[in-house]
Design a protein around this ligand. Sequence first.
Ligand SMILES: C[S@@+](CC[C@H](N)C(=O)[O-])C[C@H]1O[C@@H](n2cnc3c(N)ncnc32)[C@H](O)[C@@H]1O
Length: 303
Amino acid sequence: MNLQQGGAVHAHPPTIAAPEYAMSGQDFDRVCEMIRRHAGIALNPSKKSMVYSRLARRLRATGMRSFTEYLDALEGGGPRADEEWQGFVNALTTNLTSFFREAHHFPILAEHLQRLRARERINIWCCAASTGEEPYSIAMTAQEAFAGAARSVRILATDIDTAVLATARSASYRDEQVARVDGDRVRRFFLRGSGANEGWVRVRPEVCGMVTFRQLNLLDTAWPLRPGFDAIFCRNVMIYFDKPTQYGLLRRFAPLLNPGGLLFVGHSENFAQARDVFQLLGKTVYEVNPGAACRLTSRPGNA
Ligand SMILES: C[S@@+](CC[C@H](N)C(=O)[O-])C[C@H]1O[C@@H](n2cnc3c(N)ncnc32)[C@H](O)[C@@H]1O
């Protein structure tokens, strides 16, 4: 646009490209309802353009001509619909994460691990692991806490999104993703790529070996898990869920934790409404309320 000061404005109206697909208010409401029911994710109207651009890719990939046709096909069932449900979910999750995000949690975890050092096995569940930076940061903290001898620590890392889990399993990241990680840690825990892998780093095998990745939807009514976790990291995911869903999940976490086990949550997550289940220790770290009816009182064998 050409603005001439003090004179006439000679401008062409900006060209606004017509959207490739029309998304009606009804289509958007339907998307919100479907993702809420399936994954617990509550979207609000401010997310409409994000939803449009992410799902337009799915329409292109599946050759659908409209949102209505796409959503009808998803709800219609059948093998192709079952497969596309995963594409739909992967498109709508928000996967922002980083190494040592919310860094204040890691010294607390290190102290907790030190207290458990005599144990044969220490189990940690990271239940919204995204692309892997969080579970690998937990594993690195364990390596540091046990001076490299952290063989007893096992981390189960789960997420609903299969695409992020594939990245997590590859353990490969762009250099920029470790730019803010302490230099000693980068040297100790990552291999630097060279030649065709220039610009990439990979988490070292001794750290990768501590982490197992699996798909798990927190909304599933049955989780294939046994109790016996010493810590659960559930950070920056419950924020997408409504209060009753959060409360229901907290009640299911409590019996999975060993006595003294810790729950780490995101900085903007507050579970004051669930004081009967978890009590705040400080810095968004919780422990099971000793009076909670659903707590685990003895420690069965770990998975
Ligand atoms: C913003 S990321 C947080 C990643 C990491 N926990 C952190 O704090 O850096 C949220 C993650 O939760 C996952 N997620 C969303 N709904 C989920 C559900 N119902 N079950 C399991 N994971 C879910 C998303 O796929 C995404 O990877």
